[in-house]
Design a protein around this ligand. Structure first.
Ligand code: E4P
Length: 218
């Protein structure tokens, strides 16, 4: 399973990259705003700066919600760097835009997926990735992990190449469940990735090993 980090913070992206397990980055307009990035030129510059840190795919989201606007913005984003994946919302014109980009060989990530039907539509249009939002579904009382399972079954039934990018990951259990089901990618905060490191038996075991070594070498 590929690990993407879900942030627009350059220091966190660098830290995740240096950790050695990072395969890509996802952003969204809220994450860009959180970093105080505004104005078209600054936004484009920031995406380029992210691309310069990582080796893998970098999802950059369009703001337009009409077909022509999404095409215009998406083409501009794609020209920035070959790592850019144009992130398109799951709306009617979005599906048309995904079809357009897939025919032009430009990678897309269909975002804001909350049902298996939406994922199926995006895959049929040729999306490179679909992003089901697990955490946000959990927040509303539905099981986000069930959705990943449903989409996995559907994509496997028909051999879709579209990758499942489990998004809105909140904790390490989400990551493990996604890996069990066979999600192709997960995107989450650095804290959820680093939480995979932790186990009390590891910590206690290491403390004991080091204490025994110190005693023997005193
Ligand atoms: C996906 O690409 C989104 O950026 C993201 O995962 C949303 O997560 P959130 O629900 O934590 O905002």
């Amino acid at each position: 399973m590929k690990f993407f980090i879900d942030t627009a913070n350059l220091a966190e992206i660098q830290e995740a990259y240096d950790f050695g397990v990072l395969d890509g980055v996802t952003t969204n307009p809220s994450l860009m705003a959180k970093e105080g990035i505004s104005g078209k030129n600054n936004v484009l510059k920031h995406y380029k700066a992210i691309c310069d840190i990582v080796d893998g795919d970098v999802s950059a989201e369009v703001i337009a919600t009409d077909y022509e606007g999404m095409i215009r913005e998406g083409e501009e984003l794609a020209e920035l760097d070959e790592k850019i994946v144009v992130k398109i919302p799951m709306i009617r014109d979005g599906i048309k835009a995904i079809k357009y980009f897939s025919e032009k060989g430009i990678k897309t990530n269909c975002t804001l997926i909350f049902s298996a039907g939406q994922a199926l539509l995006a895959a049929k249009a040729g999306a490179t990735y679909v992003s089901p939002f697990i955490g946000r579904l959990d927040d509303t009382g539905y099981d986000g992990i069930d959705l990943i399972e449903q989409i996995r079954t559907i994509f496997d039934n028909y051999g879709f190449d579209t990758e499942i990018l489990a998004a809105s990951i909140r904790n390490p259990i989400h990551i493990i469940k996604c890996a069990e089901i066979g999600s192709d990618v997960m995107t989450g905060p650095l804290s959820a990735i680093l939480a995979l490191l932790k186990h009390p038996l590891t910590e206690n075991g290491l403390k004991q090993f080091l204490a025994d070594h110190a005693k023997a070498n005193a």
